[in-house]
Design a protein around this ligand. Structure first.
Ligand code: SF4
Ligand code: MG
Length: 339
C-alpha cells in the first residue's frame, strides 16, 4: 500500500458571475499515489491546478473551492484515514505533526507583528501540550542549529529577515515536529538563484536525514531535475504523465510533457526551443475530450470526444494519451453537472 492514495478526486472553484454558475475545474478526477520516502514533484504551467491539488491533499479547502468527490487516503505507522473525512480536531492533530506545509511566499506564515519565536511556540505547544518551556526552547534551538540557522531569527520580526532567511525559517517551522509528509508550494520561487540553492540544500538534507516523504509543486523544471524522484505533470486540472525523473527528462511520453521538456534551454545550444503552440485553456471552460487536443500536433478524432485514462504504460510509468492506449477515463463527464 502506498503512503498516500488519491482516488477519483475532483475539486472545483464554484462561483457565480452575474448570477450564472461558473465551475473552475482545477482538479478533475485524479487518481495517483505517493510512495513512502519519495519526493514527488508536481510540474506544469501556472494555473494548471498544482497549488489547488496541494490544498486538497492537506484538506485546506475553503469556499469557493469545493471537493466534489474522491478520497485522499493516508496510510503509515498503523494509521489509515481518508483526510477528507476527518473532523477539525483530528485535522489539527494531523497537521504539523504528521503532514506539514511550506506555503508559497513565506510572508504569510508568520504574523508580521509577532516575533518568530511566538509562532514556533504556538505550533509546539498545540502539539506537545505537556511539554514545559525548557523542552520546547531546546527543541527550537536544536532544530534551528541543525538546519544551520542563527538563533537570532527567533527574536526577529518577519520583516527583519531577508526573503531567503524567512523561507528557510518557514521550512524549519514546517519540519520542527518531524512530520511524515511535507508539502511544499513553489518553495524557491521569488528567491534569487544563490538563495534558491540554500533552500534546496535544506530540503534535501531534511529528506535525507528524516526520511520523510515530500510532494513539491514548482513550475521550475530545473528544481524538479535537481530535487525530485518522480514527476507528475499536470495540464489543465488533469495529470497527464507520471514518470521517474530521469525518464521524463530524457524521453517524455505525453506530447505536453514533450513540449515542457523541449522548451527548456540547453547548455551550449542557442537554438530557439519549441514550446507548445497556443495557450492553456480556461479551466472554467476546458475543451471536450483530451484537454490538450487544441494544441497537440498528434490529435485525432477520439481526442476531441473522449478523455484518455491515465494508464500504466510501463511499470511505474503512467500516461494519459490515446497514442498509448484507447482506454477512456471512467465516469468521464460525470461531475459536469454540479449544483
Ligand atoms: Fe494529443 Fe490525443 Fe494524446 Fe491528447 S490524447 S495528448 S490530443 S494525442
Ligand atoms: Mg501555484
Amino acid at each position: 500500500m502506498s503512503l498516500l492514495e488519491i482516488k477519483d478526486l475532483s475539486a472545483y472553484y464554484i462561483t457565480h458571475v452575474f448570477g450564472v454558475k461558473r465551475d473552475v475545474k482545477a482538479v478533475d478526477n485524479l487518481t495517483f499515489s505517493v510512495e513512502e520516502n519519495e519526493i514527488l514533484g508536481l510540474a506544469g504551467e501556472s494555473g494548471c491546478g498544482k497549488s489547488t491539488l496541494l490544498k486538497v491533499l492537506l484538506s485546506m479547502v475553503k469556499p469557493p473551492l469545493k471537493v466534489l468527490k474522491g478520497e485522499v487516503n493516508y496510510s503509515y505507522d498503523s494509521k489509515n484515514f481518508n483526510l477528507l473525512t476527518l473532523d477539525e480536531n483530528r485535522l489539527r492533530k494531523v497537521r504539523w505533526e504528521d503532514i506539514s506545509y511550506i506555503p508559497q511566499g513565506s510572508m504569510s506564515t508568520f504574523n508580521p507583528v509577532r516575533k518568530i519565536r511566538k509562532t514556533f511556540e504556538d505550533v509546539i505547544k498545540t502539539h506537545k501540550k505537556n511539554a514545559d518551556k525548557e523542552v520546547y526552547e531546546k527543541l527550537m534551538e536544536e532544530h534551528l542549529k541543525y538546519l544551520g540557522l542563527p538563533l537570532e531569527v527567533l527574536d526577529s520580526y518577519p520583516h527583519q529577515l531577508s526573503g531567503g532567511m524567512r523561507q528557510r525559517t518557514t521550512i524549519a517551522l514546517a519540519t520542527i515536529l518531524e512530520p511524515k509528509v511535507i508539502f511544499a508550494d513553489e518553495p524557491t520561487t521569488a528567491l534569487d538563484v544563490v538563495v534558491q540553492r540554500g533552500v534546496i540544500q535544506m530540503l534535501k538534507q531534511l529528506h535525507r536525514e528524516h526520511r520523510n516523504t515530500m510532494v513539491m509543486v514548482t513550475h521550475d523544471m530545473a528544481v524538479h531535475a535537481n530535487v525530485v524522484d518522480r514527476v507528475a505533470v499536470m495540464y489543465a486540472g488533469k495529470i497527464v504523465e507520471i514518470s521517474k525523473k530521469e525518464k521524463l527528462f530524457t524521453n517524455p511520453s505525453h506530447p505536453y510533457s514533450n513540449f515542457l521538456i523541449n522548451s527548456l534551454p540547453k547548455i551550449g545550444d542557442r537554438r530557439q526551443r519549441a514550446s507548445a503552440p497556443g495557450n492553456p485553456p480556461s479551466l472554467a471552460n476546458p475543451p471536450e475530450g483530451c484537454r490538450f487536443h487544441p494544441r497537440c500536433p498528434y490529435a485525432k478524432d477520439i481526442c476531441k470526444k473522449h478523455i484518455p485514462k491515465l494508464i500504466e504504460a510501463e511499470k511505474g510509468h503512467y500516461v494519459a494519451c490515446f497514442l498509448f492506449s484507447d482506454e477512456v477515463e471512467e465516469g468521464e463527464n460525470v461531475v459536469q453537472q454540479t449544483t
